[in-house]
Design a protein around this ligand. Sequence first.
Ligand code: FAD
Length: 497
Amino acid sequence: MSKKIIIIGAGIAGLSAGCHARRNGYEVEIFEKENRPGGLCTAWERNGYTFDGCIHWLVGTGPGSQFNRLWREVGALQGSEIYDHEVFLRLEGEQGRCVNIYSDLERLKNHLLELSPEDAPVIEEITGAALAFSRVKFPLEKARELYRPWDLPRLMVRMLPLFQYMGKLSRVSVAAYLKNFKDPFLREALGQLMPGGYAMTGLVSTLASLHSRDAGFPRGGSLEFARSIEQYYLALGGQIRYRAGVKRILVEGGRAAGIILEDGTREYGDIIISAADLHHTLYTLLKGKYLTPPIKQAFRLDTYTSVQVSLGVAADLAAEPHRLALRLKEPWVVGGEANRYLLINNYAFDPTLNPPGKTALAATLYSGYEEWSKLAQDQSRYREEKEKIAARVVELVEQRFPAARGRVETVDVATPLTYNRYTNVYQGAYMAWIVPPAAGQMSIAKTLPGLEGFYQIGQWVQPPAGLPGSMLTGRHVLQVICRKDKRRFREGPLPPP
Ligand SMILES: Cc1cc2nc3c(=O)[nH]c(=O)nc-3n(C[C@H](O)[C@H](O)[C@H](O)COP(=O)(O)OP(=O)(O)OC[C@H]3O[C@@H](n4cnc5c(N)ncnc54)[C@H](O)[C@@H]3O)c2cc1C
């Protein structure tokens, strides 16, 4: 008889684990507290607009790329139309100064050199490193737990072309490295690509994926993308129960034996995988009993989150940039976090997200979590703060896009508390920890000492995460389980079921 695996959470990690588990012959049931798949990878409808809440760039959209094969293995990106933009981000500063972050590295280099010839050494180093990164295949397919002694020397050989850069860029944070720029506007421009605490290799590998046309936007957006994996999982014979929040993981004799749902019912399985938020899993579902020193240490690292103001505009903004960072006259403090830019995503390029002739926009402002948490103790103050932020965003959007004046017909605000309420994500931190250069290659064990039959996966287990990292943890955990059960891990993609 095949073993039964229970998976908590139908986010990308849970769905990926579900697909791999089915392909490898396990009976699988996913329990998800919400009524739809995707977790943080989601979107919501308001007045005919689809407000996308996640994908800005998805690594693996390039046909034939390493991540593309891994996505197809879980039923995603099978024939999806991909939007790759020539300009990934346009920054507009004061006195009409603009920087375009081109996806093509040669074009980016020439553009930045034109703007600031005196920054040639640093511009050449960044674009040269990104080009080198774009040519290397990282060893992703295999779980680290399964590495053999000879895998490491092989890995070193694969990484040889990066040695020139790795030593330097993996040890310096984005913020520290960008100080090398003499032109403050260029420094700020590249700083908008990711929070300053990350290692510089993170920024360089993002530029590398853009250059390879492997970091696009799938038509239909985040929820459609999640649904494609859900449908594949169901077609493989997996089961999902929605509106089935898990209250606790049942432990019997040192073994995870099942789960207790919010309504009190108990479900038993041979293996329990939590693909829910790591903090929630450890502190709530397991009541803080299996914490390890590395986990406690990791939760001291910084995280980040933001406020998203989504706007439905009764005007076609297709001629405007698809991603724009507007420099603000004064820093705007939101939830204790100072913003120098307002980041605006313009979804006019994807007709599935907008009513005809209209445009969905999403503006992002970085924010802390705690202030929102305090504010929410008084719901009217919380609402007022949201309204205040929304009104200011509308004003800025109308200033920048004259066609939008008086035509903003729908407004929606998601705060860091929204992310937490919707997915239980710790402090609204939708990209897990900011892994600083000093932490090196970080990963959290998928098993816990003293708890048999239990595995934890998802964005926190293998940061820096995002969607590809979460998906990978679902693959890797099945490799580990198959090894333990002495089964050969079956890879995909199989012909569509
Ligand atoms: C605004 C924003 C922009 C982003 N941009 C990008 C991007 O451009 N590219 C990129 O790669 N990534 C991006 N991300 C990050 C990406 O969405 C996440 O890293 C990824 O989706 C995490 O997936 P996960 O499966 O690990 O966790 P989650 O998505 O958090 O999934 C966990 C699931 O478990 C469920 N759950 C939690 N507790 C319980 C319980 N007790 N019982 C039952 N179910 C439970 C939740 O409802 C959820 O469905 C972005 C995220 C956001 C919010």
